[in-house]
Every structure is written in C-alpha cells, then in structure tokens.
Design a protein. Structure first.
Length: 359
C-alpha cells in the first residue's frame, strides 16, 4: 500500500495544486502572447507563490503531526517518479490526440504539441503556467524531503552543503514564482506548444531530474566542505541568477515600455521602422545571456553538494547545456525569419551567442 501511495503521491499533489490555483486569490495580468487569429493579448491569473506556500505549509503540518515521515518522498522516490512519468504520458496524450494535427508526423506533434496556449475559464487556469507551477512545487517538496533524509541519517554530522543546495533550490523556485509575470514574455510562451516536451517535462522531468544533485548525494557519507568554498559556490550560483534574472527583467521592462530604464540602463535599440531590438545592457553581452545564467546557477548547485568528482550532480548543468545551446540556434533561426535584415544588423552589434567574448 505504501508503494501505491508513493506512486499516486505526485498525482495527488498536482490535483491539489490545480484546485488551489483555481480557488486561491490571484491577480489578473495581460501577457505578451496574442489569442489565435486576433490582436488581443491573452490574460492570466497568477497566484503561484501563494500556492507554493500553501502546499509546503500543508506538507510540513502532515510531517509534524506524524502522518508522514519528514523524508517520505525520498523513501518512495522511485514510485513517485514512476507515477509522475505515467501521469505525464497520459496528460500528453490527452492534450495532443483530440486536436488538429500541426506536423505531418504524429510523433512530432506528440513531442512538440498541437495547442499553443490552452486555457480554462478565460485564463483562470493556463496550461503552461499550471505545468510550471506543479513542477516547481513538486521539486520543492522533493528538495525538502531529500534534505530531511540526509539529516535523519547523519544528524549533527550532516553536510552543510546539502542543506545549502536545498536552500538555493528553494530560493530559485521562490524567485521564479515571485516573477511569474516576467516569464510570460519568455521563449516557452510565444514559441512552444503543449505536448510531451512541455507536459511530461514539467510533470515528471522538472520535479525529479532537477533534484538529482540532492537525489544522488543525500545518502552518501557527509563531506565537510570548507566554508570559503561554500561561499564561493553561493557566489557562483548568484552570479548565474543575476545574469538570468537581470536579462529577463530587462527584456520584460523593455517590452512593457521601450522607454523604461532598468538598473539605470537606458535602452539602446536598432530598428527598421516597424520592429525594434534591444542591443545593450544584459542583451549587449550576448544574444542569450540568460541561458548562461541558468547554466552557471546549476553549476553552483552541483558544487554545493560536496561531491565534485561524482558524475550524477553534474547531469543537472549538463542538461542545461544540452537544452539551451540547441534552443539558442532554433531561436536565432526563428528571429532571422522574423526580423530579416534587422537581425543581420543585430548580429553585428551582438556577435556572441551565449558566452560573452567567447561563444
């Protein structure tokens, strides 16, 4: 029975998040993406941070009362992963099969999706926002449970780096949900559809694979990393966070009002009279400086675990490299078609793709 409950745990958590997302107070915002065959912008109702706080508080109460052990999700992590994988496959099929084909191949449609921005109740529930929300909340529960397992085994001898890694992951998730509106202006929302890649990715891959630095190290003998090194790893993480968050915020403020300054940076642009591109600040360093930030953050998390020679924690930053470098090429090709000669001028102004002065 415990194994069955472990299998059903992520599905139950996702259902609770769906209900909370629908009923808890939220704020309505207008996004960047337009409705199909219309100039009207999509509307979204955002309350992700409140949902996260509510779910985590409920989980802590369940553990504190003795109903669940503090490391219950770690104990049944493989069953939970199996449940998430199964639900992710089912969700992807339901979102793809009944809808009009986009590609000639069903496999391509299944992977990339057919619907661009499915919503329920006029935006009260948005599929993409809900998917990112469930991934974030489930990842946070996993991080807390995995760190608790380390403490329950080793007590006072536990590695500070493990708790630091869990704390930085928590910061990463709180930050993401604090700036929910900013992410409405990112690649996923205007360029991707909802299929296996996004659906299964958020339901199964995001909350379990992103926890791999902790998953692979919490049961290992503690390593007592020197405090100066831990401080260095934190600085690496926040350097990446500054690049990623700074770039996304600069783009967000620019798209909201092209005359807005950000961190004292006055926007510098190039234009063909109809379209405009930002070419300074974070976006003057490289064309996808935010991607570099994501990779650097992941490096900081992998280092914090205290096992720099172990392969498994490094799968997290390596995944970002494998995901974002091809995405950069796809995004550049998409922009070349959209902006034409203006994009050629932009390439001259900002020649580096991801890493300033290097690549």
């Amino acid at each position: 029975m415990e194994n069955v409950l472990g299998f059903l745990a992520p599905i139950a958590v996702y259902l609770v998040i769906f209900i909370l997302n629908a009923v808890l107070p939220g704020r309505w915002v207008t996004g960047y993406v337009t409705k199909p065959n219309s100039a009207e912008k999509l509307r979204y109702r955002l309350n992700g941070l409140l949902v996260l706080i509510t779910v985590v508080t409920g989980w802590i109460l369940l553990c504190y009362s003795g109903f669940l052990s503090w490391d219950w999700l770690y104990q049944y992590r493989w069953y939970g992963l199996a449940g998430a994988v199964t639900f992710g496959l089912a969700f992807s099929l339901v979102l793809v099969v009944p809808n009009v084909p986009v590609k000639d191949s069903f496999l391509a449609d299944f992977y990339l999706g057919r619907l661009e921005n499915p919503q329920l109740w006029g935006g009260r529930i948005d599929a993409k926002m809900w998917l990112y929300l469930i991934g974030a909340v489930m990842l946070e529960l996993n991080a807390l449970s995995f760190a608790a397992h380390h403490y329950l085994i080793y007590g006072a001898e536990a590695s500070k780096g493990i708790f630091l890694c869990a704390g930085l992951l928590t910061f990463f998730l709180i930050d993401y949900l604090t700036f929910e509106e900013v992410h409405l202006y990112t690649y996923d929302f205007f360029a991707e559809r909802v299929g296996f890649k996004l659906g299964w990715g958020c339901i199964a891959f995001y909350p379990y694979f992103y926890a791999i630095p902790l998953w692979s190290t919490v049961a290992l003998a503690p390593t007592h990393t020197a405090t100066p090194l831990l401080i260095l790893y934190v600085l690496i993480f926040f350097t990446g966070w500054g690049l990623s968050r700074g770039a996304n915020l600069q783009k967000y403020f620019f798209k909201k009002d092209p005359k807005d300054t950000f961190l004292g940076i006055t926007p510098e642009t190039i234009t063909d009279g109809n379209r405009t591109l930002l070419v300074n600040g974070f976006w003057g360093l490289s064309r996808h400086i935010n991607y570099l930030g994501e990779i650097v953050m992941a490096v900081g998390l992998a280092l914090c675990t205290g096992h720099p020679l172990l392969l498994w924690p490094w799968l997290y930053p390596l995944y970002y490299v494998a995901l974002l470098f091809p995405r950069q090429a796809d995004d550049d090709a998409r922009c070349a078609l959209k902006y034409g000669a203006l994009w050629d001028e932009y390439l001259k102004r900002v020649p580096k793709r991801i890493i300033p002065f290097v690549y």
